[in-house]
Write a protein that binds this ligand. Structure first.
Ligand SMILES: Nc1ncnc2c1ncn2[C@@H]1O[C@H](COP(=O)(O)OP(=O)(O)OP(=O)(O)O)[C@@H](O)[C@H]1O
Length: 367
């Protein structure tokens, strides 16, 4: 199938700043691709290259197989919602939404029908006569999305569309976007965000960006569960990165522990680490002092002492997070580790603890 969007080796330089370096990426019709990365990683630059708001220094941009690198934005027929792309303040909602249709000289009646249709699509029927200032932030963003969708674009570009909204409204809008997504089965969506929660909830695939480069791209659940790069593991799910010794393709050693690890997709050679999500780390109190490697006698786990399935550690800090506790730990092996646990029975700062790491965590490449 011809991709709806294709970037071929796209680089963007601003003077001596390289904002994007050799990006290759494609988005299929009907697919949502999230561009996820920290501030300044080049996400917006990539989106602007697709929209036509800037011309790549090198490389090509294709839409539906057509090379549009040299075409201005209005010839590309895309729907664009950018955080700063506010509504026209002096125009009513209906006129904002009708704008692109009128620019295309769509007959008046068809404009009215389509405006009503897209306002219904974003749940804003009845708001047509208001001015943007008479709407909440979330409502304004809904109208901006309706405006982008009015022309039935094959591609919808969203650049941090929720970043101006408060946390509760963002969650609500994610649900709205998912509903909207289901109504637009053929539209390709490129969604720029630095918020991993939004990317996980909305994207079929995620492209992780860092320092003007694509770090890794993959189907959302695969990338979450089996990242190949340490940056992906820590950015997408806040994994601990534990230095381990590789025993064989599926086994690693951490102190005296042997753990099954998933190394799918990881090229051989180079430095690796085990990516361990905080919520997968087990923590329990251990009375009395423990040292690294203690409790290796093969005895069955007991309630009172160290076991051969755990690592000795000390609890450095406890933070209550509402849904549970975040624990900062220092393994006697010398590594720091973060855990998230539902409760902290008897655990106070300074407590000796035993930490367990589950099998199946991904082995990732350390850049
Ligand atoms: N017009 C410009 N002139 C000069 N440098 C720019 C320009 N636009 C972006 N940059 C630089 O290019 C790099 C990538 O910027 P970009 O806006 O693509 O990042 P981003 O990942 O979208 O970040 P954010 O999440 O903060 O928007 C940054 O270092 C930025 O300072």
């Amino acid at each position: 199938m011809t991709p709806a969007v294709e970037l071929r080796d796209v680089s963007v330089h601003f003077g001596r700043t390289v904002a994007l370096r050799g990006l290759d990426l494609s988005v299929a019709p009907g697919e949502t691709l999230a561009l996820l990365g920290p501030s300044g990683s080049g996400k917006s630059t990539a989106l602007k290259a697709v929209a036509g708001f800037l011309r790549p220094t090198s490389g090509r941009v294709l839409l539906g197989g057509r090379d549009v690198t040299d075409e201005p934005p209005n010839r590309r027929g895309l729907g664009v919602v950018v955080q700063s792309y506010a509504l026209f303040p002096h125009m009513k909602v209906v006129d904002n939404v009708a704008f692109g249709l009128r620019a295309r000289r769509v007959p008046r009646r068809a404009v009215a029908e389509r405006v009503a249709e897209v306002l219904a699509l974003v749940g804003m029927t009845g708001f047509g006569d208001r001015y943007p200032r008479q709407l909440s932030g979330g409502q304004q963003q809904r109208v901006a999305i309706a405006r982008a969708l009015a022309i039935r674009p094959p591609v919808l570009l969203l650049d941090e569309p929720l970043s101006a909204l408060d946390a509760a409204l963002r969650e609500e809008m994610v649900a709205e976007l998912l509903r909207l997504r289901a109504e637009l089965p053929d539209t390709a969506v490129v969604y720029v965000t630095h918020d991993q929660g939004e990317a996980l909830a909305l994207a079929d695939r995620i492209a992780v960006m860092r320092d003007a480069r694509l770090v890794e791209v993959g189907a959302t659940p695969e990338l979450y569960h089996r990242p190949a790069e340490s940056f992906t593991a820590s950015f997408l799910g806040a994994s601990n990165l534990l230095p381990v010794e590789v025993v064989d393709a599926d086994t690693v050693r951490l102190g005296h522990l042997r753990l099954a690890a998933s190394s799918a997709g990881l090229p051989a050679g180079g430095a690796v680490a085990l990516g361990v999500r905080p919520h997968r780390v087990g923590v329990r109190a251990v009375p009395g002092p423990m040292t690294a490697g203690s409790g290796q006698t093969g005895s069955a786990p007991t309630d009172s002492g160290p076991t051969d399935s755990g690592l000795a550690a000390r609890l450095l800090a406890v933070q209550w997070r509402g849904t549970g506790y975040r624990l900062d730990l220092e393994l006697d092996l010398g590594h720091r580790l973060r855990a998230e646990v539902p409760d902290v029975d008897g655990l106070t700062v300074g407590t000796r603890v035993e930490v367990s790491i589950p099998d199946g965590c991904p082995l990732v490449r350390v850049a």
